[in-house]
Design a protein around this ligand. Structure first.
Ligand SMILES: Cc1ncc(COP(=O)(O)O)c(C=O)c1O
Length: 434
């Protein structure tokens, strides 16, 4: 039956599809409910679509909007600094101020370079690691997302032939058109398995330039590292001259001003910041210890980009960090609201006898339908009931609660207790019908 709630979006999608491939500018935007939607206004924790439906927004644009939509401080800073120019093809003062601020806050940020997004900052880090170690391979983990470019577009979908062994998993390409050789650039293993990590590193230590990990597996299940897993990774990398790269694209400025590296007190050699650092403006950073970043300083590794560190993006990032710093309670709120939401959903799951599993640290949480008591790696993530999750997320959407389709919820500085309460009321209705 046709859903009239989304009629204007449907008309615009038909128009868009004549000029944009499948009507969108990013693959993930296709998978909205019931199809790609169009929006015309967003403020704080609320977003409105062109049909006039308002939602409490827990997608936060896939993470960047740590301050919520249209934060006034960010808008003012972007406006003021853009009036001085947009892009100088040269340096400007706020760029230094932003780097100084990040150096002060982030343990591994002795030096940095700014880029446009997470995907290209990841590639810069891999280049730095290879140059410094004179080795070629990198180790990565099933279910970790490091952007859409070729050499990381594996291990994020289930291979037709099944996962294969834990020691040597099948590597299914996520997309057609990848360079064949890109599958030979990395070693892939499941995450959170310290014994397998050690065994794999020892076996390949002479070829491994880097180990890259999300410090929390946010993209699939919002899974925390097991006790000792990241410290073991740190020790093995140090011992064998391998770069430890933390992909903090999601955790950066979300787990705290010092990122997940501050939260877990583990300092990687290189890390990537994006999303929340820019409140929706295209800016990211590769940051690292001086020893490693010397590859860039010396010019041995080339990193470039016409659009890097433009005035509006730098101003947005600086203002975002200043707002976060000024709000002394912000991280307490992100954790406590997220945990209230998590506990509320868990209580509702019990009430309605649903196998809803909710996990994650609070600033982000994940919902899935599974009989497992705890999900600790990607192979377990994929045992969950996807169809039931789709129904849950779609029905929440119809109730005015917008959540990322794979079950991920983000909290922002603009999320209020009444938003959480509204989400719980909606979940109560939906879970009673599922
Ligand atoms: C952990 C992680 N790394 C890298 C990326 C890629 O970042 P971008 O989409 O900005 O290229 C993402 C995007 O979702 C991500 O979640």
């Amino acid at each position: 039956m046709e859903n009239k709630r989304y009629q204007q979006s449907k008309i615009l999608l038909a128009r868009a599809s004549k000029v944009l491939a499948s009507g969108v500018s990013s693959e993930f935007r296709k998978y909205n409910h019931p199809h790609a939607l169009f929006y015309d206004y967003a403020k704080g924790s609320m977003i409105r679509d062109v049909d006039g439906n308002e939602y409490v927004d827990f997608t936060l644009s896939q993470g960047p909007l740590i301050l919520g939509h249209s934060n006034q401080g960010v808008l003012d800073a972007v406006d003021a600094y853009s009036r001085q120019g947009q892009l100088f093809a040269g340096q400007h003062v706020q760029e230094i101020e932003l780097a100084e601020k990040m150096q002060e806050l982030i343990p591994s940020a002795e030096l940095m370079r700014f880029c446009l997004d997470g995907s290209e900052a990841v590639q810069t880090a891999l280049r730095v690691a290879r140059s410094k170690t004179k080795k070629n391979l990198f180790l990565r983990f099933e279910g970790h997302y490091h952007g859409w470019l070729d050499n990381v577009a594996y291990g994020i979908s289930v291979p037709a032939e099944g996962f294969g062994s834990r020691e040597n998993p099948n590597r299914s390409p996520w997309s057609a058109g990848l360079a064949q050789e890109s599958a030979d650039e990395f070693i892939l293993i499941p995450w959170n398995d310290a014994a397998l990590l050690e065994e794999t590193i020892l076996k390949h230590k002479d070829q491994l330039a880097a180990v890259i990990t999300e410090p929390i597996m946010c993209n699939n299940g919002c899974i925390l590292p097991k006790d000792g897993f990241l410290s073991k990774m740190r020790a093995l990398c140090s011992e064998h001259q391998i770069a430890l790269i933390f992909d903090e694209v999601i955790t950066g400025f979300r787990m705290g001003l010092a990122g997940a590296q501050g939260y877990f007190n583990i300092t990687p050699d290189l890390s990537i910041f994006a999303k929340a650092m820019g409140s929706g403006y295209p800016i990211s950073a590769i940051v690292g210890l001086r020893d490693w970043m010397e590859e860039l300083s010396s010019g041995r590794v080339i990193h470039a980009g016409t659009m890097n560190a433009s005035n509006p993006t730098v101003a947005a990032s600086l203002a975002t960090i200043q707002e976060l710093e000024a709000d002394k309670e912000v991280y307490n709120r992100l954790f406590s609201l997220g945990n209230t939401l998590k506990e509320g959903l868990q209580a509702l799951a019990k009430k309605h006898q649903q196998n809803l599993l909710v996990q994650g640290p609070g600033p982000m949480i994940n919902t899935s339908f599974t009989d497992l008591a705890d999900v600790t790696e990607y192979r377990e993530v994929l045992q969950a009931d996807k169809a039931k999750l789709n129904a849950f997320i779609s029905q929440l959407h119809d109730e005015g609660i917008r959540v990322i389709g794979r079950g991920l919820w983000y909290i922002s500085a603009a999320t209020r207790m009444e938003d959480v309460e509204k989400a719980l009321r909606a979940a109560d209705i939906v879970l009673s019908k599922l």
